[in-house]
Write a protein that binds this ligand. Structure first.
Ligand SMILES: *[C@@H]1O[C@H](CO)[C@@H](O)[C@H](O)[C@H]1NC(C)=O
Length: 427
């Protein structure tokens, strides 16, 4: 073995040792993007080792003068990665606060992706471009990623479906597939890899869209105390807190199946859930107008449930009294089915058979009748006789003397829901 061989052997050894060390860091960003320059990365790492920046400072988050997020690295390391030195940098005792810009892993359109190294931030600015796919490869020792959604203003839903714009999460074992749209600023997600080698975030934006999003992505090591149970899409900490369904206040989204977990605070064995009290317009709107516990318990459409409470909750208010569960773990199940009805403009119901109007020859050319034929969401109520057969849905609910069967159907129509904001307190 000549000197050169010996040297490269030592170098390999150091790289090897380092990569084990790096995986002990709670969040290791460098591998976040598939096309990150391998050579540069290794030089950076070796340099980092020889330079001897204190381990407890490397990878530490720091904040630039305008609030930009970066990571403490050596200035050489920052330069070699084409990073932007944020100065003055708050939070680094050694090294400088560096923000690294790199290409996104896989993009189907042009665009930039900023890795701040304390998380990969995926952003899309307003302007042209439509669909983009971000792949977050599994890195050795990493079991989860956390998405922190700093900004998310996409087109909203139509009857619960994200038609024109959406973000879809694929590949995680936490949720097999989750699609959201509308306003989700401030939301977060934990996504477990399971057996997957990638988690994919697919952003669909309309042509010429002015929508914006900015999402920070963090790797979480398998052994990290920051790792949450693999079934928790959301994980709330604190003795008190709040959770909103995605796009809450605007429209409930379809196909939502996930768990919201609350980290138990030491010594706390109970949790109480209620509607967010600071919401002016009420904060629970989950399928149906009845809120009848028995009907909700059998609800197959949309409901939330609390582990230990063991009944499904739906309706337009949670319950009169807050719900307390006296057992841990603290978990809320969210289930919104695959469809919201379009608001029926008209309800079809035959009070008498035959319904005079519907069956009248004279209604044959009626545009309303044609509409009913064409669109299953619409219907007409005929009160018989010569009464006007168009009844507003909400008016209908307030009508006296409706047959029980009809009333029940109307009250359980899965339409016009806006989801929930719930607050909890542990005790
Ligand atoms: C988006 O939702 C968040 C949380 O509900 C809210 O604070 C914010 O004002 C909303 N943004 C817009 C533009 O409505």
């Amino acid at each position: 073995m000549n000197i050169l061989q010996l040297f490269s052997c030592i170098a390999l050894l150091i790289v090897g040792v380092h990569s084990i060390k790096a995986s002990k860091d709670i969040e290791d960003w460098e591998n976040a993007l598939e096309d990150f320059d391998e050579g540069t990365k290794d030089i950076g790492r070796l340099y980092w080792l020889f330079k001897g920046i204190k381990k407890d400072d490397v990878g530490k988050r720091c904040i630039g003068p305008n609030g930009q997020r970066g990571t403490c690295v050596s200035s050489f390391n920052c330069k070699i990665k084409n990073g932007l030195c944020l100065s003055p940098s708050n939070g680094c005792t050694t090294g400088i606060c560096c923000q690294v810009t790199a290409k996104c892993a896989q993009t189907s359109e042009d665009g930039s992706c900023v890795i701040t190294q304390n998380g990969a931030t995926i952003t899309r600015n307003t302007g042209s471009g439509t669909n983009r796919v971000y792949k977050i490869p599994k890195v050795k020792g990493v079991c989860q990623v956390k998405l922190e959604i700093d900004l998310f203003e996409l087109e909203g839903e139509v009857a619960g479906d994200c038609v024109t714009e959406s973000m879809t999460v694929l590949g995680s074992s936490t949720v097999s597939r989750l699609e959201i749209c509308g306003n989700n600023t401030g939301q977060h997600m934990y996504l477990e890899y399971g057996c997957a080698s990638d988690i994919t975030i697919a952003m669909k934006l309309a042509e010429g869209s002015i929508s914006v999003y900015s999402i920070r992505i963090y790797y979480i090591e398998c052994s990290s105390p920051k790792r949450v149970p693999p079934y928790c899409l959301k994980y709330l900490t604190g003795i008190n807190g709040k959770d909103r369904s995605f796009n809450n206040n605007r429209g409930q989204l379809n196909n939502q199946n996930y768990k919201v977990c609350v980290a138990p605070v030491e010594g706390m064995n109970s949790i109480t859930w209620q509607e967010c009290r600071d919401e002016p317009l009420g904060s629970f709107s989950v399928s149906g107008r009845s809120g009848d516990p028995e009907e909700c318990a059998m609800s197959k459409s949309d409901w939330v449930g609390f582990l230990g409470d063991d009944t499904r909750r739906c309706g337009q208010s949670l319950t009169a009294a807050p719900i307390t569960v006296n057992s841990r773990p603290f978990i809320m199940n969210v289930h919104f089915d695959e469809a919201e009805l379009r608001t029926p403009n008209h309800i079809f119901w035959q009070l008498s058979d035959p319904c005079d109007w519907w069956n009248s020859e004279m209604s044959n050319g009626d545009p309303l009748r044609a509409a009913v034929r064409m669109d299953g969401d619409r219907a007409i109520i005929c009160l018989g006789g010569g009464s006007i057969p168009i009844i507003d849905y909400d008016l209908l609910l307030s009508l006296p003397n409706l047959p029980m069967e009809l009333l029940s159907m109307l009250r359980n129509l899965d339409t016009d829901n806006t989801g929930f904001c719930l607050e909890y307190s542990q005790h």
